[in-house]
Design a binder for this molecule. Structure first.
Ligand SMILES: CC(C)(COP(=O)(O)OP(=O)(O)OC[C@H]1O[C@@H](n2cnc3c(N)ncnc32)[C@H](O)[C@@H]1OP(=O)(O)O)[C@@H](O)C(=O)NCCC(=O)NCCS
Length: 156
C-alpha cells in the first residue's frame, strides 16, 4: 500500500470517493440530500478545493496496486480562545472504498495523519461521526477516540 498526498489529477477519483462517503452517510442519516447532478458538481468543486490544499490542510490517498482505495482529509484548526488547547488536529473526512475495507487502509491513513499532526506539535485529534455510523464508531474507538461532546437534534 502506498500513501501519498493527493494531486490535481486525482480530482475525478476523489469526486467518486466523496460521493461514496455521502451515499454511505445518507443511508445512516436520511436528513442528507439525495445526490443529483447539481450535488455531484458541488462535490467535484469541493474535491478540487481540498486537493489545492492550503497551509495546515492535508489530503492523503491510499493506493493499492495503483488504484486509489481511500482518502483522509484533515487539517490543523485554531480553537476558540476559551479552550486551554489552542490548536487541534481535525479529521474532516475518512473513506475507504467498499472492496478495500478491513484491509488496514483506514488504519494506515489514520496513522499517517497522526504522524503528520505529531510532527506539527499537535496533541489532540478531533472528529465527528454520525451516531448511527456504528462501524466507523467501532473503528475510531479502536484508534483511541472517546466521546467528549454530543450534538443533539429535535424534530418539530
Ligand atoms: C471506517 C472505515 C474508514 C474503516 O476503514 P477500514 O480500512 O475498513 O479499517 P481497517 O481495516 O484499517 O481497520 C483498522 C482496525 O479497526 C478495526 N475496525 C474496522 N472496522 C471496524 C468496525 N466496524 N468495528 C470495530 N472495529 C473495526 C479493524 O478490526 C482493525 O483492527 P486491527 O488493527 O486490530 O486489525 C471504513 O469502514 C469506511 O470508509 N467506512 C465508510 C465511510 C465512513 O463511515 N467513514 C467515516 C465517516 S465519519
Amino acid at each position: 500500500m502506498n500513501i501519498r498526498p493527493a494531486k490535481i489529477g486525482d480530482w475525478e477519483v476523489l469526486t467518486d470517493l466523496f460521493t461514496g462517503l455521502i451515499k454511505h452517510a445518507k443511508i445512516i442519516s436520511p436528513a442528507l440530500k439525495t445526490l443529483d447532478k447539481k450535488n455531484i458538481s458541488g462535490i467535484k468543486k469541493y474535491a478540487k478545493k481540498c486537493i489545492n490544499t492550503k497551509q495546515n490542510h492535508f489530503l492523503l490517498l491510499a493506493e493499492i496496486d495503483g488504484e486509489v482505495a481511500g482518502f483522509i482529509n484533515f487539517q490543523i484548526r485554531d480553537r476558540p480562545k476559551i479552550y486551554t488547547v489552542k490548536k487541534i488536529g481535525y479529521v474532516n473526512d475518512l473513506f475507504v472504498a467498499q472492496k478495500y475495507r478491513k484491509k488496514s487502509v483506514g488504519k494506515s491513513l489514520m496513522n499517517e495523519a497522526t504522524k503528520l499532526f505529531k510532527s506539527k506539535g499537535i496533541k489532540h485529534i478531533c472528529l465527528n461521526v454520525l451516531s448511527g455510523n456504528k462501524s466507523a464508531s467501532g473503528f475510531y474507538e479502536k484508534h483511541g477516540f472517546t466521546e467528549f461532546k454530543r450534538e443533539l437534534i429535535k424534530t418539530l
